[in-house]
Design a protein around this ligand. Structure first.
Ligand SMILES: [Zn+2]
Length: 317
């Protein structure tokens, strides 16, 4: 196995759909802030985009492996019904902002496909977007246009690069779209640990759901996660793990209901990556949700997973 010098980190400038206004409820600028943080911290080799692995936008054929062709066409053509665009929370019409959000969805999805490809090659890789876990087969929802993890799994399966996968989703919201998409798929195990009273309502049924009470703090959260990992079936041997490292369980998150600290998130990511790497499971990391008005702090918080993954990459831990 060829070992690159630095952890493979995937980024595309279009992750920040710049045509979306700054005051939109979704903190779109965080993707650029995250990339800048990673460059400033030396986790990528060069400034600007040069140090990142840059995906080409996902073709329609990839998206249609996990979503209905009608929905994919509507998003790409700017003809999505207003009611569905409202459920997603983005202006997905044919105006500039809508086209930018659709293009962003294609890039972020391809980014997770590339992240998974590099994880299979190198053992671990991290996207700087992804984790659009509310998108289901028929349509998107909750700021999620295309379910990037589901698309990546179907692309890799179609190419016979994987058979099975494990999805560990620690975003504070339940991964309902992902759970629905793989509900009857014995090859794909879905785990979601989330705030019980948070969106979505009602919840879907993952293979394992851990619903946490409001205001759960670091110690209880980490103890529960540790037990969850310890109790996974001993014979489990996924071809790849997708880890949704959403930072919205943080106490300062606008949409979370939990009370984790930055250090708690760091320990959480360490627990997950340690469990996977000890078993030689390739891990593709996606960043998931994070909703804070302080974009600099949010970009830095999202970089925790890249820092933790870099430590595993360097065999420091
Ligand atoms: Zn979330």
């Amino acid at each position: 196995m060829r070992q690159a010098k630095l952890l493979p980190i995937i980024h595309h400038p279009a992750y920040d759909a710049a045509d979306l206004p700054d005051q939109h409820r979704f903190p779109m600028r965080k993707f650029r802030a995250l990339a800048e943080t990673l460059v400033a911290d030396g986790l990528v080799a060069a400034s600007g985009i040069a140090g990142f692995h840059v995906p080409a936008p996902a073709p329609e054929s990839w998206l249609a492996l996990a979503h209905s062709r009608i929905y994919v066409d509507q998003v790409l053509n700017g003809t999505l019904p207003a009611s569905v665009a409202k459920e997603i929370g983005f202006p997905l019409d044919n105006a500039a902002a809508g086209r930018a959000v659709a293009f962003r969805g294609r890039c972020a999805t391809a980014g997770t496909v590339l992240t998974a490809t590099l994880a299979l090659e190198h053992g671990i890789a991290c996207n700087t977007a992804g984790g659009s876990h509310h998108a289901r087969y028929e349509q998107g929802a909750g700021f999620c246009v295309f379910n990037d993890v589901a698309v990546a799994i179907r692309v890799l399966q179609a190419d016979h690069r994987i058979g099975s996968a494990l999805i560990i989703d620690l975003d504070v919201h339940q991964g309902d779209g992902t759970a629905l998409m793989f509900a009857n798929d014995a090859e794909i195990m879905t785990i979601s640990m989330h705030a019980e009273r948070n969106y979505p309502h009602p919840k879907a049924e993952s293979d394992i759901d851990i619903a946490l009470p409001d205001a759960t703090e670091d110690s209880d959260y980490l103890a529960r996660l540790s037990r969850l990992l310890d109790e996974l079936p001993p014979r489990l041997q996924p071809d790849i793990v997708f880890y949704n490292a959403g930072v919205d369980p943080h106490a300062e998150d606008r949409l979370g209901r939990l009370n984790l600290t930055d250090e708690g998130l760091r320990q959480r990511d360490t627990l997950v990556l340690s469990h996977c790497r000890l078993r030689n499971w390739p891990v593709a990391c996606v960043i998931g949700g994070g909703y804070s008005r302080d974009i600099t702090a949010l970009g830095r918080r999202h970089s925790i997973i890249h820092h933790v993954a870099t430590k595993f990459w360097s065999n420091v831990l």
